[in-house]
Design a protein around this ligand. Sequence first.
Ligand code: PA5
Length: 446
Amino acid sequence: SILSINIDKIYGTVSAADVAALKGEMEQGNRMLQDGSGKGSDFLGWVNLPESITSEELKTIRKCADNLASLADVILVIGIGGSYLGAKAVLEALSDPFQLLRNKQEKPIVLFAGQNLSEDYLYELLEGTRSYKIAAIVISKSGTTTEPAVAFRLIKNEIESRYGAEGAAKRIVAITDAARGALRTLATNEGYETFVIPDNIGGRYSVLTPVGLLPLAAAGINVDELVRGARDMEKATGTDVPFEKNPAMIYAAARTALYRAGKKIEILASYDPKLLYVAEWWKQLYGESEGKDGKGIFPASVTLTADLHSMGQYIQQGERTLMETVISVTKPKHKVVIEKDKDNLDGLNFLAGKRISEVNRMAEMGTLLAHFDGGVPNIRIEIPEINEYYIGGLLYFFEKACGISGYALGVNPFDQPGVEAYKKNMFALLGKPGYEEAGEELRKRL
Ligand code: PA5
């Protein structure tokens, strides 16, 4: 199977009967996602997305990606939130972090912009890529988000000044709403190739649309395999799969039971730094979907064993409001064995002949029991290895479980009204036309 889930180590905080009692609620939630009878039903396009992606669509994406790759050494992917984190998560999971040290790149380097408003980040990105051939993929569903729009303005100017307007039109691809928004108008006027983010798929559920697939294909990721993993997970979490065998329902039930028992914070932990941005993506997915109406589990994350030397103290002995979900990877890609040392000055000869992954696995098992003994219930999600297929499955698994959990919480998991508050204030403080009065009020308060 794509992944296995083990909730044995939540028992103690909650019982098996507590989890089993949620079966009906979970089945109902899953049904609501399927038949559109729950809140936010206009945004359920992701539910059957993997199954509905055609090989023709994948071909078009690959073709566009290959074209960009033939024109550029560096592809700048511009977007924020759901228009950024999916591609970033998969890319980090599947890349060799040291590939930049190699002289010859087979595939273009994908770098991200528009996910912050740091002047230095943008300056250094533009300076750093000056001697490389560049292209851009600009992604915004609404087409009006400030951060990517600001970054795109600068990057568009840079590309136009180097290659002219016609050259720029070949090097810029826009991914946005089918008809609405400033980016759609701009792309039409400038003659950019475009891809559509379907109306019924929200940003944080869009990784398997061109939003995630195009940047990933451009970076050389096998998107067909990513989609195949998601497709198999769509089947494995369907309404026809009984609760006991349905990993999304089990995960949703376990975390719901724990939340109701007072565990308000969920820490997603992994033992491979490649998964750091999968956790960032997961935090957006769960935080934005559940955190509303004064409710919701607060999603946090750690990368272990690194954070055992920092956050480990808190997890072991701090406030007992935590639950931990571990993404465990069975098999690494490469083999590194610890050698025997004749002097054994570091005292590590007891590890000689062992693989690093074995040491990591024992760190994981030891931590699991230590945290459990310390009062932190533990959910374990195991994938066989980090590759396109299993990551595709994992992402879809989290999406499905998030929808089910959100319905169990009683919120609309597909809206995000709270993200508007900062925008209004920022526009007012920057003097955007129409916000003059609000701006004056805010300035008085600062
Ligand atoms: O999940 C979401 O809806 C958000 O995180 C959006 O993806 C994010 O705000 C970016 O929006 P847009 O794609 O419209 O620029």
